[in-house]
Design a protein around this ligand. Structure first.
Ligand code: HAS
Ligand code: CU
Length: 549
């Protein structure tokens, strides 16, 4: 039996979760505003002189990337994983005090990051691409945020082991199982940037190293930089697999398939980082090809997800009276904004996945690499599958945590649809411009080489960006209204789905992490060690830091 008994978290735990989520969304609000400025700049409307917060496109782009994909995601995920771990295990978290320590370590780091970005001392984009050089405070701040995620790993492991001792022989409750797979994968993945920041970037920015080796720095970055996308995605999958089916009145279609998908992400997320470096010199073609093949392997657990989640949602549509091949879709509770946001997030994720395959294909990557095609891809994945799902989750989670009603259901529904249409137009524009050769990470609106055929796609993208901004405003007004203005005393249930076949026999390795973590270590060593060994052996710390903006 993998079901979850209703459990009421302690107020202190709820407060911690709320703080994580609140700080995450506050950063997203600023990040979205920066996105609007970029979109308009591309379409020839330059507002950087008007908005006093930022000086130029590259500062705005750095804030946009860091706030949206590093700060918002990490903070929301920290709150959400703590929540599902405690709720799923049905017991108080043993490490609540450590939870607050985690929060303060991360937030101390965040203050440094915010300062450096807003003071234009860290306009190095979210990838920290050396030889662009930031103020040391920026790198130290990000390291503290990562240390925070390791403390989270400690808390969740403690909670899990305590639960195992109390419940010998029971299967790990599904939501907690998903959270553990996420954090174990991240624990392994984060080693790359830890080495990069502590070993290279911090001493270099402090002047303790004569220069930096850009290739080594990038390789360490992508060691973490690819799996980080699954650190963002898997919490959304926790909701799609184990919560959404309940919200639509259905059940999880297959428990073993769901567990298998989460477990496969542990070994397959990591050994694929070279698909970001197909065009980098200094990594052998053979290893690039191996990472390319493994990228097609990590595509698979998402295909399993597409099948299992769709089948689960279908059980809901049919239970609500849906008939025929597609009739069940109309019967889904589309008036529930939490459901609508997540279903729309899935629809766009299908296109995000397809564009990922384009990127992943070794030779086709030549055409799209460093063009706007890539931002077109990741606004469908992290910008929609993840962000819109987190917003959908917020529509029940914040009412649950605060005991207040959602301030406006109608505004939430508008928000979800506007995000969907806005992102459809924006990413279509970006993908189109990218295929016409428009570069990414570039202030195109003032580029002397601007091509006339980029005008239409960039206008389309900017229009989509305006719709997204309106959607963002609706979201934040609703969030603030729910936190401070909505009626109190309302109970909101935590949706936890039961599998179609409860208690069905299942191989033990589908409820164990150690074998999967071991396989990961072997696979990663085979895929990375020879290249890393050579790069370290041939390391040349000669390139000086650049601060062009
Ligand atoms: Fe990616 C670049 C390949 C997934 C994010 N990716 C990026 C960058 C980001 C990013 C941020 O191989 C840019 C980094 C930078 O700044 O340079 N990506 C892939 C592949 C996948 C993939 C193969 N990416 C993601 C996810 C992300 C993300 C997830 C964030 C969360 N990506 C690449 C490559 C590059 C890259 C190259 C480098 C490009 C370059 O040249 O620089 C796969 O994991 C995708 C698998 C997804 C699927 C879709 C499954 C669909 C589902 C929904 C089903 C529901 C339906 C509707 C149909 C197979 C689960 C139901 C609805 C009803 C109404 C009933
Ligand atoms: Cu990747």
């Amino acid at each position: 039996m993998s079901g979850v008994a209703p459990y009421e978290m302690r107020t202190s735990e709820k407060r911690l979760v709320l703080w994580f989520i609140g700080i995450g969304f506050a950063h997203l609000a600023v990040g979205i505003l920066m996105g609007l400025l970029q979109g308009l700049q591309h379409a020839g409307i330059d507002l950087y002189r008007v908005v006093p917060l930022v000086r130029h496109y590259y500062q705005g782009l750095s804030i946009h990337g860091v706030f949206n994909v590093l700060v918002f995601t990490t903070y929301f995920i920290a709150g959400f994983l703590l929540f599902v771990t405690g709720y799923g295990l049905g017991r108080p978290l043993p490490g609540l005090r450590l939870g607050w320590v985690t929060f303060w370590v991360m937030t101390a780091g965040l203050v440094l990051v915010d300062w450096a970005l807003l003071a234009n001392k860290a306009s190095v984009l979210f990838t920290s691409y050396a030889p662009l050089q930031a103020h040391p405070a920026y790198y130290v701040g990000l390291v503290l945020v990562v240390v925070g995620t390791w403390l989270l790993l400690v808390i969740m492991t403690q909670a899990y082991l305590a639960w195992r001792r109390e419940n010998p022989g029971r299967r790990t409750p599904l939501i907690t199982f998903g959270a553990l797979a996420t954090i174990f994968m991240w624990g392994l993945a984060s080693v790359g940037i830890a080495v990069q920041f502590v070993g290279l970037l911090i001493p270099w920015s402090l002047g303790l190293l004569p220069g930096v080796d850009p290739l080594l720095s990038r390789t360490l970055f992508w060691f973490t930089g690819h799996p980080i996308v699954y650190f963002w995605l898997l919490p959304a999958y926790i909701s799609w697999y184990f919560m959404l089916p309940r919200q639509v009145g259905g059940r999880l279609f297959s428990e073993p398939l769901a567990r298998l998908a989460f477990l496969l992400f542990i070994p397959l997320s990591l050994p694929v980082g070279f698909h970001h470096q197909y065009l980098d010199p200094g990594v052998s073609v053979g290893y690039k090809a191996i990472h390319g093949l493994l990228t097609f392997a990590v595509f698979m657990p998402s295909m399993l997800t597409a099948f299992t989640v769709l089948a689960s949602v279908e059980t809901g549509g049919r239970a609500r009276g849906g008939r025929g091949w597609l009739g069940w879709i109309g019967r889904l509770p589309w008036q529930d904004p939490s459901v609508t946001a997540q279903l729309l997030a899935m629809v766009l994720f299908a296109f995000g996945g397809i564009s990922g395959l384009v990127n992943a294909s070794f030779t086709v990557n030549l055409v799209v690499h460093n063009t706007l095609f890539v931002p077109g891809h990741f606004h469908l994945t992290v910008g929609t599958a993840v962000a819109l799902t987190f917003m959908g989750v917020t529509y029940w989670l914040v009412p649950h945590l605060t005991g207040r009603r959602l301030w406006s259901r109608k505004a939430a529904l508008w928000q979800a649809w506007l995000w969907f249409f806005g992102m459809t137009l924006m990413s279509r524009g970006m993908v189109w411009a990218g295929m016409l050769g428009a570069p990414r990470r570039t202030a195109l609106g003032s580029a002397p080489y601007f091509q006339p055929e980029w005008t239409d796609p960039l206008r389309l993208a900017a229009f989509g960006g305006v719709l997204l901004t309106v959607s963002g405003v609706l979201f934040f007004v609703n969030l603030v209204g729910t936190l401070w203005g909505a009626p109190r005393g309302v109970t909101t249930e935590v949706p936890v789905a039961e599998p179609v076949e409860e208690g069905r026999a299942m191989p033990a390795f589908l409820d164990r992490f150690t074998p999967w973590v071991t396989v990961t270590a072997v696979l990663v060593a085979a895929a990375y060690l020879p290249t890393l060994y050579r790069l370290f052996a041939e390391m040349r710390l000669t390139v000086p830091g650049l601060r062009p903006y």
